[in-house]
Structure formats: structure tokens, C-alpha cells
Design a protein around this ligand. Sequence first.
Ligand code: NAD
Length: 315
Amino acid sequence: MNITIAGAGAMGSRFGLMLHLAGHKVTLIDGWEEHVKAIQKNGLQANLNGEQIIAKLPIYLQSELKPALSSDLIILFTKAMQLEAMLTDIQPLIKEHTNVLCLLNGIGHEEIIERYVPKDHIMIGNTMWTAGMEGPGQVKLFGNGTVALKNLVSDSKAKDTADHIVEILNSAGLNAQYSEDILHAIYKKACVNGTMNGLCTILLSNMADFGDTTPAHTIVQQIVNEFAAVAKYENVDLNVEETVDYIEKNCYNRDTIGLHHPSMYQDLNEHNRLTEIDYINGAVVRKGQKHGVQTPYCSFLTELVHCKEQILGAK
Ligand code: NAD
């Protein structure tokens, strides 16, 4: 199977490398010129669970795609705000038989993808794998993860395709499964990102220190309430109490991930990069406006993060 990774940063490199190591034909596409040049010159250099690996993977700048490239499966792994530009640039690669899988964090990406890909060729999902960039062409890949996915259109042909893609991902050890309840999983993960990412970014704190503050419980509960209120309009029944409990048990645990700074913190505070806030809390605000649901906490947090992006001159 010809697999294209559209957006070959930290996560795209992880998936690309694991699929390549499993024997699949993988092509990377990315918009960061320094990174693309580094991989073309030296290969993708990965620290994979402590083992240094160099993989000679073909990589192209998204603005310089060869029309002859063909792809059976495209896995989208840009940041959310880069998604539409990537889809525009890879249009020549999206042929009649091409399937597209989106594993970005955040909600509502399918509304953008549908403008570029026939609905019955789109799969959405999420992943618990992690990855980090060490510099252009260099990634650090530690730990384990899972993938859950589902076809957007509910018909048996699209389901067969999704099952096949699950098999392909599993052949590379990516622990994938088909999930009938994928929107619920996407919303639940978005609640984790929609609380920890923005709050720790603004407060300059790790997750456990935030969790120790007296207002933390109420703030998290209010934000999750807003996610749950808009999720109802997509027939997703998100239990607020259970979700808050899940966040508090997992994110504040100092023995596991509690001392980590979320990726948005690192992107903005350490690397001066724009954030995905518009596609997490901001998406809830837009959905709230559409359905007449008040979302004051998500709205305020989105605005605060935008203020900080502008103060820091993030790009
Ligand atoms: P990333 O920032 O590493 O890569 C995304 C794009 O940004 C790529 O095009 C990359 O080349 C470019 N980029 C990366 N560093 C750059 C820099 N310093 N300067 C200029 N361009 C740079 O993003 P990611 O972490 O791979 O995330 C992709 C998607 O997956 C996002 O939606 C994210 O929320 C989600 N996600 C990430 C993780 C994780 O652990 N990284 C885990 C689960 C989901």
C-alpha cells in the first residue's frame, strides 16, 4: 500500500517511521522547508525508545509536489490550523481510490476535509501515541499508544475500508481499532486538551500544579460542561462527572504525566508557535453559537490564548 503522511512533524514522523519499518511504502509531505531539506539530506533521524534510527524516507515540500505521486492512504498529521492549506496542496494526490485518515486533536476537522475529499473516503479518529520534535529532521519517540478510527459515512463498503486500514496500522504495531463510538472518543480527548492545554499555557504551570489549586475543579467542570452541551447536538452523550474524574485522575498524577507541560504550552511558551486553540475550545464556541448554547469559559480561554499568541508574536 502506498501511504502518504501529510504533515510530517512529530506525529507524522512517528506514524511514517513505524509504517516504513513494517515494510509499507511511505512518502512524507511537509511544509517546513528546513525539516524537509534535513530529511532529504540525512534521512529521518529518530530516537525510538532509546534506539537511534535513520530512515531514508522520501519527503517533499507540499508546495513542490510531483503530480505523478499516487497514494492509497493519506494520513493527515498537520497542526489543525495548517490542515486546509495542506489539503489544498495535496489535491493532485487525492485520486478516486484514495482514502484519507485524520488523527488530529480537536473537533470538527471533517467539516474542512469534506470540501476536498469525497465523504465515503474519509476516516476520522484519534490517537494516544505521542511524539516530539528535537530539531529539523530529528524526532524523539517514546512509549506506547493506541489509535481509534471510524469511517465518516456509515455504509458497509466504507466500514470494510476502515477495517482494512486498522489492519495496516496494526501491521506496524500502532494498536489500532475500529470504534463505532468515535465521536465520543474525539470529544473526550478534546475535553482533556480543552482544559489542560489552554489553562496550563496561560498559567505557565504543569498539570499537577494546576490541579492542586482551589478553583481547578470548578474551572474544569465548567469547560467540560460546555463541551458536553454542544456534543449533544452531534448525538454524543458525554458524561460530565465521568470526564472530569478522568481528567483529574490522569492529568494530575505526579507519578505519570502530572509534571508534564501540555503540547500547547511547549508550542507557545517555548517555541513561539501558534496554537490549535481555535480547533479545541474555539470549535466549541462556534458550535455553541450555531446551536444557541452559551460557552463563556471556552470563549474566554480562547481569547486569552490569542492575546498571549499576539503578545509573544507567535508564528
Ligand atoms: P508538529 O508541530 O510536530 O508538526 C506539525 C507541523 O508543524 C509539521 O508540518 C511540522 O513540520 C511543523 N513544525 C514542527 N515544528 C516546527 C518548527 N519548529 N517550525 C516550523 N514548523 C514546525 O505537530 P504534532 O505534534 O505532530 O501534531 C500533529 C497533530 O497531532 C496535532 O493535531 C496534535 O494536536 C496531534 N497530536 C499530537 C501528539 C503529540 O504527542 N505530539 C499526540 C496526539 C495528537
